[in-house]
Design a protein around this ligand. Structure first.
Ligand code: ASP
Length: 321
């Protein structure tokens, strides 16, 4: 009798073990998705000259391509968010990192945040002037500090102590050859952001910006504020916002998208539409990209346009602005 029990036990154990292996393999072969934005604004890409149009297109395309190859290689969502946003920070076409817009004092002050949907961990920096890649600093705050957000000089000291690259503030101000881009940005203040679903079913989001053109020295927008400009929760969605930050803070925009999904059972498209509608009614303009834990993507704005693109779970690549 004892041996029968022993064999039944062994068989059950083996079956459980096998199904655990199968399910962890399934987790690892799930389809992935990424959605990015390069800011919403009142521009019309039809008015761009060919060179400017092509430059924006290829910048967005290479970010999506990089995201695609990282995700297909099994890299996790939070790392893909960081790398993709870093690429856009290094690209002067966008208002984040190099090429950030200027404050009324003629300086560059940047904000960034990142959030991991696995565990609701998050990190942010605000009002930084010397950190080459604010999104990397935000991730390092999340991982190497007991705090969630650092501002200004404290953020720069933290970055330095953690081996993050600092540059002279002039690095961020692009030279005359980008004058046309600067002209464009005066009207169209575009932040950058990404939301990612990885092959393990995890969500992450991040946002990085130079803020709004001619913002008052010291002003902080929505981008570094978790729940306003950025939010990610595996139970609902990953969100990144762009636009008139004061409105996105007041309406706790990114978290509201997640809450509408979680507590009111709204599909992601309706949740984003509702939040943008509230912001629009109050007089705010901007856009939201979001991705749910099934890979459903939405990109909406109440401005004329938004630099945007995605790769969905079918592997389709889409770019528009
Ligand atoms: N939301 C950013 C801010 O208010 C600006 C932008 O998205 O263009 O700082």
């Amino acid at each position: 009798m004892k041996t029968i029990f022993y064999h039944v036990f062994l068989t059950l154990f083996a079956l459980c073990h096998f199904s655990f292996l199968v399910s962890s393999q399934n987790n690892n072969t799930q389809h992935y998705a990424i959605v990015i934005h390069g800011g919403a604004g009142n521009f019309q890409s039809g008015n761009f000259d060919k060179e400017l149009y092509n430059n924006y297109y290829s910048a967005l395309n290479s970010v999506l391509k990089t995201g695609d190859s990282l995700l297909s290689a099994g890299v996790d969502a939070i790392t893909v968010v960081e790398i993709c946003i870093k690429m856009m920070e290094d690209e002067p076409l966008f208002n984040a990192g190099k090429g950030s817009v200027l404050t009324d004092a003629g300086t560059v002050e940047m904000d960034a945040s990142i959030m991991d949907g696995r565990n609701l961990q998050a990190g942010a920096v605000s009002g930084v002037t010397k950190i080459k890649n604010p999104i990397t600093a935000a991730r390092t705050v999340m991982e190497n500090s007991k705090h969630l957000m650092f501002s200004g000089q404290g953020a720069e000291l933290f970055a330095e102590q953690n081996g993050i690259e600092l540059v002279a503030p002039e690095y961020f101000i692009v030279d005359k050859q980008y004058k046309q881009y600067l002209e464009l940005k005066k009207k169209d203040k575009g932040t950058v952001g990404a939301a990612v679903l990885d092959t393990y079913g995890n969500l992450a989001a991040g946002t990085s910006t130079g803020g709004m053109m001619m913002k008052q020295f010291g002003r902080i927008g929505d981008s570094p504020i978790i729940g306003a400009g950025t939010y990610a929760d595996n139970a609902s969605c990953a969100v990144s916002c762009t636009g008139h930050g004061e409105y996105f803070i007041r309406f706790v925009a990114a978290y509201d998208v997640s809450a509408l999904m979680k507590y009111a059972d709204k599909p992601i498209k309706d949740a984003v539409a509702e939040v943008l509608q509230k912001i629009g009614t109050a007089g705010g303009t901007g856009g939201i990209i979001a991705l749910d834990n099934k890979g459903n993507i939405t990109m909406q704005f109440n401005t004329t346009s938004m630099f945007r693109g995605y790769i969905n779970t079918q592997g389709e690549r889409y770019i528009a602005f």
